[in-house]
Design a protein around this ligand. Structure first.
Ligand code: AMP
Length: 193
């Protein structure tokens, strides 16, 4: 199964991607997690990405495509993968399709978590407040300023992907505002359908 999980910031992509990956026994790749780990480790990619991420901006397509292609070419992804946070632009989506085509592969489905955007900012800012109150590390981009940039970029650059994948017949949309278990069950149903 080769799956892409789409949805705006705060829609619960990360939570659902981890659960799906366990259930389907395929690796999950979160480009955001990967970049945060690279930034913490101070690698070259991490250094390039750190400031961009803090502003809520997008890391350049070439860097993201190269990173994802390297990851999904590893043997553990030969039976499939779940991408969380990639692609985020049409250029990334086309590059992913092109790469898969060279391997005679294609995406099996693209799952969209649909959520009311007004709920999202509150969700993210509450998550950051709670984490801080509990002494946990908070993301450098979970603040009002960066969030505005992230939402804006989502609307302009990432949302058009739903149309891109719908026209290819692989898009499946699920209401992401319900409890985690219900959303997880709906995603599995959508994959089986
Ligand atoms: P996320 O954890 O998916 O919300 O990603 C956090 C941040 O990492 C984003 O706001 C971007 O700065 C960067 N990032 C993650 N994935 C991508 C991508 N596919 N293209 C460009 N930037 C990305």
């Amino acid at each position: 199964m080769r799956i892409v999980l789409l949805g705006p910031p705060g829609a619960g992509k990360g939570t659902q991607a981890v659960r799906l990956a366990q259930r389907l026994a395929i690796p999950q790749l979160s480009t955001g997690d990967l970049l945060r780990a690279a930034a913490a480790a101070g690698t070259e990619i991490g250094r390039k990405a750190k400031e961009i991420m803090q502003r809520g901006d997008l890391v350049p397509d070439e860097l993201m495509v190269a990173t994802v292609v390297e990851r999904i070419s590893r043997p553990d992804a030969s039976n499939g993968f779940i991408l969380d946070g990639f692609p985020r632009t049409i250029a990334q989506a086309v590059a992913l399709d092109d790469f898969l085509a060279t391997e005679a592969l294609e995406l099996d489905c693209v799952l969209e978590l649909k959520v009311d955007e007004e709920v999202l900012a509150d969700r993210i800012l509450n998550r950051a407040r709670e984490a801080k109150a509990n002494g946990h590390a908070i993301r450098g981009d979970d603040n009002q300023e960066a969030l505005k940039v992230r939402m804006d970029l989502y609307r302009r650059q990432t949302e058009p992907l739903t149309e891109y994948y719908r026209s290819k017949g692989v898009l499946k949309s699920v209401d992401g505002l319900r409890p985690i278990n219900i959303v997880a069950a709906s995603l599995l149903e959508a994959i089986d359908a």
